[in-house]
Design a protein around this ligand. Structure first.
Ligand code: ZN
Length: 287
């Protein structure tokens, strides 16, 4: 246990602790965020489709490359768990861990949602976020995290010893199965660590444990994404509601989420092309 070590610190322990932190992945080496381009896309976009994700349930939807999708809080504070895939190849999916390594524990305007290896390219870019005012609070929490995984019935069985079928993992599984005519087990294999939309989370300062607190989202708030490639998405309205108390149960007040899909004016996309898969040749030093 980290709080009751079995070993004394070595003589130079303090000196070892004082090594300088180095940012693992300097963001200045990433492709720059072209704010003017995305603002022009937003300004010329028209609503072409919308859907409602019912509370404690999920829905799958497709977003063509170059379109915008918006997740909107309606009726009450509600957290959403988002999965993203390349619509043409579900083996390329959102890579929460690398997104976290590149952009930090929480994302907002200008950050990319990166895809899994070997493609490792932006699936979507966050282009507007009405909760960007929140920043970091006194508990060290922020909004829209890429540190949580998703509530799931296996962890619930482990910790509570009971079965709950409307965790985000199960909601996303049912939604993907319905959206792509898969059986449940086939669909479940595609469900992955999420972007926790509107969720307010951090790590406790003393024990560094993952914590959640009531989301600051209110009806009318939204986060908006630009689809960099053809996307299949699934969004779950978490059974935790605003995630201010419990999840993996029917205890919390839950509300629907709205998804809006917008088609930009083609003139605003002139010169834009979807990002190519990563160029690494995959030889891994062999031969
Ligand atoms: Zn959940």
């Amino acid at each position: 246990m980290k709080d009751c070590p079995a070993h004394d610190a070595p003589e130079d322990g303090q000196a070892r602790r004082e090594a300088r932190p180095v940012i693992c992945y300097p963001p200045e080496h990433l492709p720059p965020f072209d704010a003017a381009f995305y603002e022009a896309v937003r300004a010329g976009a028209e609503l072409v489709d919308e859907l409602i994700v019912p509370p404690r349930d999920a829905r799958a939807f497709e977003v063509p490359a170059g379109h915008v999708f918006r997740i909107v809080s309606i009726e009450g504070p509600q957290v959403g768990d988002l999965n993203l895939w390349n619509a043409r190849d579900l083996s390329e999916r959102f890579f929460s861990g690398k997104t976290r390594a590149l952009h930090g524990t929480h994302v907002s305007t200008g950050d990319r949602l990166w895809s899994s290896l070997p493609a490792l390219r932006p699936l979507a870019t966050v282009i507007h976020d009405t909760l960007d005012w929140y920043g970091w609070d006194e508990d060290g929490a922020g909004v829209h995290d890429v540190i949580g995984t998703r509530c799931d019935p296996y962890t619930n069985r482990l910790l509570a010893g009971t079965d709950y079928h409307h965790c985000c993992h199960s909601n996303l599984t049912r939604a993907l199965a319905a959206g792509r005519s898969m059986d449940l087990l086939e669909a479940e294999a595609h469900i992955h660590d999420v972007l926790n939309v509107f969720m307010c989370t951090g790590f406790t300062r003393d024990s560094h444990q993952y914590f959640m607190k009531a989301s600051p989202v209110r009806p009318g708030d939204f986060i908006e994404f630009f689809a960099e490639i053809d996307l299949l998405a699934a969004l779950s309205a978490c059974p935790g509601g605003d995630c201010g108390s419990a999840h993996s149960s029917d205890a919390a007040a839950c509300y629907p989420l709205k998804v809006e899909i917008l088609r930009p004016d083609p003139d605003t996309l002139k010169g834009w092309t979807p990002p190519a898969p990563n160029a690494y040749p995959r030889t891994h030093g062999a031969g």
